[in-house]
Design a protein. Structure first.
Length: 301
C-alpha cells in the first residue's frame, strides 16, 4: 500500500465500508432517472460520455485539494475496471432496446452475485454462510421489484444475452476496482476510472452513430446531474467502500441501487409501486442486512 493511502486513509470501524457502499449505491440509483430526463435531447451513449467528461475535472479538483498533489499513475486494474464499467453501460443501454426492462434489469443484477463467486475463486475471499442466504433473499427481491412495470420492448434472446454480458462486466468492474485500491487511494482510482470510461464511452458513442451535442441547450442538464450525483458521489463512495469491504458483501450491498431508483421514480414520475414490488424492495433491504451478519463464534467450554 502506498504512503499516500496510509497517510490519508486511517483504520476505520467495520461498518464504515458497508455504509459507504450503501450510500454510493443509493446515489447511483439516480442514474436511470438522469438518463430518462435527458433522452429527449441526446442519445444514451452520448449522455454517458458527457457524464464522464463533466466529472473528470471535478474529481481532479477534489483529489488535488484533498491530497495536495497530482494523481498517481494508474495501475492496470483501474484501466480494466474503467473499461469494464463503460462497456457495461453500453451493453445495458443496447440491451434495453431489444428486450424488456424487467428482463434486462434482473439479468444485470446477476452481476452482483457473480462478484462474490469471482472473489471466492480468484481472490480466495470465501463468503460466510450468511452470504448465501443474503444473496438468495436479495435475488428474489430483485426479481419481484422488476415486476409490474412497463415492458419497454418485446423479449428478445439477443437483448437478454447483452444484459448477461453487462452482468459479467459488472462483476469484472467491481473485482478490478477492489484490486486497484490496493495500490491507489479512492480518489486516484476514481479519477483514472473516469478518464478510462470517458475514452471508451467516446468510442462507443462514435460507433453507435449518436450525435455528441444535444439538440437543445437544456440537454446538458442531465449529464451534468449524472456527473455530480452518480459519478462523483455515487461511484466515488463505492470505490472508497470497496477498499474496506469484502467483494462478495459489496455485491449484495449495491443491490440497494434499484430500490432507490424505484422509490425516486415513484416521487418524480408518479410511478406507484405495486404491492409485489414493495415486497421485492423489502427483500432486497433484508438481504443487505443479512449480508452484514457475522457467524457466532463457538463458546469455549
Amino acid at each position: 500500500m502506498s504512503a499516500a493511502i496510509e497517510a490519508t486513509e486511517r483504520p476505520v470501524n467495520a461498518w464504515q465500508g458497508p455504509a459507504l457502499l450503501v450510500a454510493g449505491a443509493m446515489a447511483i440509483g439516480f442514474a436511470p432517472i438522469g438518463l430518462r430526463l435527458g433522452l429527449d435531447t441526446m442519445g444514451p451513449q452520448a449522455i454517458a460520455f458527457w457524464r464522464y467528461i463533466f466529472a473528470t475535472p471535478m474529481i481532479l479538483a477534489v483529489l488535488c485539494i484533498v491530497h495536495r498533489r497530482r494523481p498517481f499513475l494508474p495501475n492496470r486494474y483501474v484501466i480494466m475496471a474503467g473499461t469494464f464499467f463503460a462497456l457495461d453501460i453500453a451493453l445495458w443501454h443496447w440491451g434495453l432496446t431489444l428486450t424488456t426492462v424487467a428482463n434486462a434489469t434482473f439479468i444485470v443484477n446477476l452481476g452482483n452475485i457473480m462478484v462474490g463467486l469471482v472473489a471466492w475463486f480468484v481472490l480466495k475471499d470465501r463468503p460466510t454462510k450468511f452470504w448465501f442466504l443474503a444473496i438468495a433473499v436479495a435475488l428474489v427481491g430483485a426479481a419481484l421489484l422488476t415486476l409490474g412495470g412497463g415492458e419497454g420492448g418485446k423479449t428478445d434472446i439477443r437483448g437478454d444475452a447483452l444484459a448477461f454480458g453487462a452482468a459479467i462486466l459488472v462483476s469484472g468492474y467491481m473485482i478490478c476496482a477492489k484490486l486497484a485500491r490496493e495500490d491507489l487511494s479512492a480518489l486516484d482510482v476514481l479519477f483514472w476510472l473516469t478518464v478510462t470510461e470517458a475514452i471508451v464511452s467516446g468510442l462507443v458513442t462514435f460507433v453507435s452513430g449518436e450525435t455528441f451535442i444535444p439538440n437543445d441547450p437544456a440537454g446538458w442538464r442531465a449529464p451534468l446531474l449524472l456527473a455530480i450525483v452518480v459519478q462523483l458521489m455515487g461511484q466515488g463512495l463505492i470505490i472508497a467502500g470497496l477498499g474496506r469491504t469484502p467483494a462478495g458483501i459489496a455485491g449484495v450491498l449495491v443491490l440497494i441501487q434499484p430500490v432507490t431508483a424505484a422509490a425516486v421514480s415513484w416521487v418524480i414520475f408518479d410511478e406507484a409501486l405495486l404491492a409485489i414490488q414493495v415486497l421485492g424492495a423489502a427483500l432486497i433491504i433484508a438481504g443487505v442486512l443479512l449480508s452484514q451478519r457475522k457467524p457466532r463464534r463457538a463458546k469455549l467450554s
